[in-house]
Design a protein around this ligand. Structure first.
Ligand SMILES: [Zn+2]
Length: 221
């Protein structure tokens, strides 16, 4: 049920632990793997993380040219830090929510090639729906993959094992908004089996139910 360390295989998604020796532990990137292409979600913290990501592409038997889109869940440095090296090495389009354009430029020194708005979707890779989840940052997004009932939450949701929490207040631009975003996610009634988070253990089953309990738990942050 929990833990990236167990390496449970998920059809169509590769979980890539990055920043293994960083000061605040692991941040994850994800590869969404379609027949035609790979989509990278977030880039880790550093050049070393970019290397980890590029190695993983080869390790799963894909070519680096298969990666032609990178989606940033938000602009924090531990999610955009590998971007420069990846852009120097590979050829892909960079997308983020329109409210993150400025932050991506400031923190990663990169221009985005295209923007998402809430409800946008990609049709390949089994479908990818973009959910705007403001709070952690203004333009934070989560990605919902309906075919495999998986939510790539970004930093909208953190986890400690099976216990999910809203992005902690001290890490959020607007903690109240972060909570409202999770509330609206719950109201969508999406069928979610897995919740893959930027930090902490991933949830492999009963994702909707565990998300449903998130707002019942009092936050201690
Ligand atoms: Zn963050």
């Amino acid at each position: 049920m929990v833990s990236i360390l167990k390496h449970f295989a998920i059809e169509g998604v590769e979980i890539i632990p990055c920043r293994l020796n960083g000061p605040r532990g692991i941040v994850k990137s994800f590869l969404i793997c379609g027949d035609e292409r790979l989509i990278l979600v977030d880039t880790g913290y550093s050049d070393a993380d970019a290397d980890i990501i590029m190695k993983r592409i080869g390790a799963i038997g894909r070519k680096q040219e298969d990666l032609n889109l990178c989606i940033l869940t938000h602009c924090h440095s531990d999610h955009v830090g590998g971007l420069k090296k990846l852009r120097d090495s590979l050829n892909f389009q960079l997308f983020a929510h329109e409210l993150e354009i400025e932050g991506v430029k400031r923190i990663a020194g990169a221009d985005v090639d295209g923007v998402f708005r809430d409800g946008d979707s990609l049709v390949d890779c089994g479908g990818v729906k973009i959910l705007h989840m403001p709070g952690h940052t203004k333009g934070s997004i989560s990605l919902y993959l309906p075919r495999i009932k998986t939510l790539i939450a970004g930093d909208t949701v953190f986890s400690a094992g099976e216990h999910l929490i809203v992005s902690p207040a001290y890490l959020s631009d607007d903690p109240e908004r972060a909570e409202q975003s999770v509330q609206s996610l719950l109201q969508m009634n999406l069928d979610i089996e897995r919740v893959l988070v930027g930090h902490g253990d991933d949830v492999y089953e009963d994702g909707s139910a565990r998300l449903g309990r998130i707002l019942l738990a009092k936050r201690n942050f």
